[in-house]
Design a protein around this ligand. Sequence first.
Ligand code: SF4
Ligand code: SF4
Length: 406
Amino acid sequence: MTSLTSVRLKVLAREAGLVVTGVTTAASFSDIAEMVLERIREGHMTGLEWFTEDRARFSADPRNLHPTARSIISVGVPYWQPDLQPPQDGEPHGRISRYAWGRDYHTTLRARMERLHACLEAELGRRIEARFLVDTARIVDRAAAVRAGVGWYGKNTMVLVPGYGSWVMLGELIVDIELEPDTPLRPRCGRCTSCLDACPTGALVEPYTLHVPRCISFLTIELRGPIPRELRPLMGNWVFGCDLCQEVCPYTGAARPVVDPDFRPERIEHCFPALTWLLRMTEEEFREVYRGRAVLRAKRSGLARNAAVALGNVGRPDDLAVLEEVLTRHDVPLVRGHAAWAMARIDAAAADPALRRALVSESDPYVRGEIRQALETPPPARDQQRPVAAAQPIQLRARRTPAAAR
Ligand code: SF4
Ligand code: SF4
């Protein structure tokens, strides 16, 4: 065991910009691995093709990642921003998940972890073998944070950190020094089910279980092909990720606001992009606006596809002209296909002539299929009509006290 106390470690971590810290041993997370394997077999992870059973087994043992590992330092940076609202300019705007508003968190966290590592070597006067993980193996991110007492699992599958809720980026340093482990925290969801009730797609199929193929975060970021038609109406105006099951959480609602420049958006396109701009943006504009940001992961085609769905959900008959332009001119068939769906979703009768014209000139079989299905769209039943608002107002700080969760 090194002479470094838990208090001193937390001071050094704060100086490195890592606001929350906890320590656990480098022992395997075998119980978590079993749970993940079960989820894979039950189909809850379908679509994350890279997340195989072998990967789950491998990443559950920190010593596979770092053979001389003795301890894991779990670290976190809160990112809840207090004062940002979608513009009220009459334009339909999309929503980007808060974690992606600032600079790419992988780069930010890694830089801060490297700073902490350098401080630890200076403090202990020895070289420390370390491996830095941010989202490299999420099974480890969350499991390590929970075992290190940084937070506890909420029913929305997020780690809830006292004082910050789930608005915390997690990462870990796997190190070859023995540090005193922290004590895990008691889970505190109690009888609360707010996150399960708030999920629009039913992706939280039971407490602590996320069915990935229905989650808007998966649909808008990871899924490369067409979004299942039955889920499109449930996605609101999300174009990258979704925060609904976090926003309603009383612990997250009570989060302390944080002003961390690395997590601030620098322009409106980083948090509430205009949907028509997303639909028309060029590859150069996309790369320029989202350079160094997590949004790049969705690619221009994915973001434009998502914008078409969002516009279908929150747009007005006035937006049919833009969607017709996208349907006939966008270079990506995936986007043209979703534009056809969006036109019928806004007003099937008004969209009919434009859809028929497009069917004559369109040669891509996928887009033709979408247009044909759009032409068959019946008018929405009274109880399934689209919201009138151009953009869903963001729900800020559900000010229920944490005690309400018990
Ligand atoms: Fe549901 Fe959105 Fe949470 Fe996914 S991120 S579980 S879609 S509320
Ligand atoms: Fe979900 Fe409520 Fe637990 Fe938050 S406290 S994770 S909203 S069950």
